[in-house]
Design a protein around this ligand. Structure first.
Ligand SMILES: Cc1cc2nc3c(=O)[nH]c(=O)nc-3n(C[C@H](O)[C@H](O)[C@H](O)COP(=O)(O)OP(=O)(O)OC[C@H]3O[C@@H](n4cnc5c(N)ncnc54)[C@H](O)[C@@H]3O)c2cc1C
Length: 240
């Protein structure tokens, strides 16, 4: 594949390339689009893990741009998965809106990893937004029995309809409208943390929002919980 310098760098880092084929697409809301794929052998080669993501190569003005997207419902036996696009202006969403069955797109598998907390935590604190919702859902699937508080930052009224794979008994989902570039979310999470955590040694914190909000949330979590770094996973999913 000819992916310019970005591709060359990933190749040196031993990225593996696959061609995905679109089999269908559906709007979950007017701002959120799910696209279904056959995987070009990706899952057979790599297996699956929670929050697993791929670098998808989108073209804009004739130039390749790689963007990270999270696998939704990967099925290694069938060789299929979906990607969910939180829509906003950008190369990825433009491609997804026009995707039709039979279209192909290249993806590189490099960088995704997940280390399950060991021992398993007694409590999960998860903070995400619509870009990280697929990863949040994969975490809830993987850690189903563990009580969790999930904050989901929303941008559009229709985001209220996006499904969080939560169990109403064990999982407390708090939707927070995006205000002041993420500051409202940081305040709400920050003020709730001290009262929520019973035993800091048994908590696992997972944060994935925009880069600025993620940094602020991770700093709050570290100061409030004084938890070891390995108990706090924070990764910015997009640049505001
Ligand atoms: C590990 C990982 C997994 C990810 N998984 C997913 C996923 O499953 N689904 C998903 O939708 N996103 C996911 N993302 C985020 C996605 O990669 C970024 O949003 C990316 O910037 C989208 O590229 P683009 O070409 O659409 O926009 P870009 O060209 O990167 O940006 C164009 C404009 O859109 C703004 N923008 C970018 N992303 C967002 C956003 N989410 N909300 C509002 N404005 C935005 C930028 O600030 C910029 O102004 C993931 C990111 C990471 C790091």
């Amino acid at each position: 594949m000819g992916h310019g310098w970005e591709g060359a760098v990933l190749k040196l880092l031993r990225g593996k390339d696959f061609t995905l084929t679109v089999t269908g697409a559906e709007y979950v809301t007017e701002h959120y689009l799910r696209v279904h794929f056959t995987d070009g052998g990706l899952l057979a080669a790599a297996g699956t893990h929670p929050t697993m993501w791929v670098r998808v190569w989108f073209s804009r003005s004739g130039r390749p741009h790689q963007r990270a997207y999270t696998l939704v419902d990967p099925d290694p036996a069938a060789g299929t998965f979906s990607l969910e696009f939180a829509l906003h202006p950008g190369a990825a969403g433009d491609w997804a809106r026009s995707a039709r069955p039979g279209d192909t797109i290249d993806a590189t598998l490099q960088g995704t990893a997940f280390t399950a907390p060991d021992p398993l935590p007694a409590q999960l604190l998860v903070v995400g937004d619509t870009a990280s919702l697929p990863a949040v859902n994969s975490l809830l699937d993987a850690f189903g029995p563990i009580p969790a508080t999930v904050w989901l930052e929303t941008r559009h009224a229709s985001d209220e309809r996006l499904a969080v794979r939560a169990d109403p008994v064990r999982h407390d989902v708090r939707r927070v409208p995006r205000e002041r570039a993420g500051a409202r979310l940081v305040e709400e999470v920050g003020s709730a943390l001290p009262g929520l955590v019973k035993d800091p040694s048994g908590v696992y914190v997972w944060i994935a929002c925009d880069t600025v909000t993620t940094r602020a949330l991770a700093a709050r979590a570290r100061s409030v919980l004084t938890a070891p770094r390995r108990q706090i996973h924070a990764l910015g999913y997009w640049r505001p």
